[in-house]
Every structure is written in C-alpha cells, then in structure tokens.
Design a protein around this ligand. Structure first.
Ligand code: IMP
Ligand code: MG
Length: 184
C-alpha cells in the first residue's frame, strides 16, 4: 500500500537528477573536500533536508580516510516569503563543542542564504577555528545575504525541488532522486 503510494508519487515528479547522478556528484564532492580538509573536524549537518546527503557524504569521506565527528542542528526560518527579513531560529542545537575546531557545515540547498549565514555566524561566534560549507544544491541569483558555499553539488534552475532529503510540507524526503514540483 505505502509502496504503491511512493511509486505513484515518483512517477508524477519530473526528474532533475537521478540517484546515479547524485551518487557520482557526491563522490566527486567528497574528493574535493578531502583535498581541502585534513585532520580532525566536526561535520555539522543542518536538518532536516541534509540527512540523506550527509549519510552518503560521510561514507564517501570515510572511503577517502576522513573521519569527522558528526553532529546535527535543526534551523527554522520564520516569516512571510513576501517579507524580506526572514528570521532564523535554532530548534535543535548541536551538543559538540566546536571551540578551536574546524567545522564543515552541510546543508541541502542555498537559496536566500539566510539559513547558511546564520549557521556560519553561529559557528564563528562559538569559536570554530575554520568553517567550510558543503551544499548539495544552489539556486543562483536568489541570494539576499552575501554568503557562499565552498563545495557545491549542483546549480539548479529556479524550481521548487524535492527528494533526496528535500521536502514540500515534509513530504517527498524519501525519494532517492531529485525532482521538482510545479508550484511556481
Ligand atoms: P535560504 O535560507 O533561503 O537559503 O533557504 C534554504 C532553505 O530553504 C533550505 O534549507 C530548504 O529547507 C528551503 N528550500 C529552499 N528552496 C527549496 C526547494 O526548492 N525545495 C525544498 N526546500 C527548499
Ligand atoms: Mg533546510
């Protein structure tokens, strides 16, 4: 029953990146990350959208000999989309101490940059010695805050994407591929 629902859902969603394309790109990203990060670091995954990306990325990092400590943070944005000042709050904080440590932030998608900016500033405020960012997706031309990711999976067109962790109203996260919805 639930399997049927999933396959019906997936069939109606236009594909942007297949599971195989994502796997290849995550593997390549891990190689880029391994070139720029060495020694100990804390990987901070921003939930919930990055859970699948994080799980795949850390296994690729492991294959390259990188063994980060892994922690999770949930951030939420409040505010009307029509209002330009979105407010970011922590709904679940990390428990590791990042003081004096290298941090790799991992997130699903960079749009306005508000979420990433908040997380970056927070890690710096808490005394991280260096903060780098691995972002699965970015939508170019949508930034309202001056931030950038060090490692980017794919640049995508201005579509509302779901799957591989990304949601619409907390649905579609389980899809093994990235597709888009015709909501705008
Ligand atoms: P930003 O703070 O505007 O950069 O927004 C980033 C967050 O908005 C992401 O972590 C997602 O939770 C959400 N988001 C932005 N665009 C999309 C999309 O196309 N699909 C699903 N979530 C999105
Ligand atoms: Mg998110």
């Amino acid at each position: 029953m639930s399997q049927k629902r999933v396959s019906q859902k997936s069939n109606t969603i236009p594909m942007l990146f297949t599971a195989a394309e994502i796997r290849d790109r995550v593997e390549a990203m891990a190689a880029e990350i391994a070139k720029h990060m060495s020694g100990e670091f804390v990987l901070v995954a921003l939930l919930r959208g990055s859970f699948m990306f994080t799980a795949d990325l850390v296994r690729e990092l492991y294959a390259l000999g990188l063994h980060p400590q892994i922690d999770f943070m949930t951030l939420s944005s409040y505010g009307d989309a029509a209002v330009s000042s979105g407010n970011v709050v922590i709904t679940r904080d990390i428990t590791d101490d990042v003081t004096g440590k290298q941090v790799l932030l991992v997130d699903d998608i960079l749009e306005t940059g508000r979420t990433l900016n908040f997380a970056l500033e927070l890690m710096k405020l808490r005394g991280a010695s260096d903060v780098k960012v691995a972002m699965l997706l970015e939508k170019p031309g949508k930034l309202v805050v001056d931030v950038k990711a060090d490692f980017i999976g794919f640049s995508i067109p201005d579509k509302f994407v779901v799957g591989y962790g990304l949601d619409y109203a907390n649905h579609y996260r389980e899809l093994p591929f990235i597709g888009y919805l015709d909501v705008h």
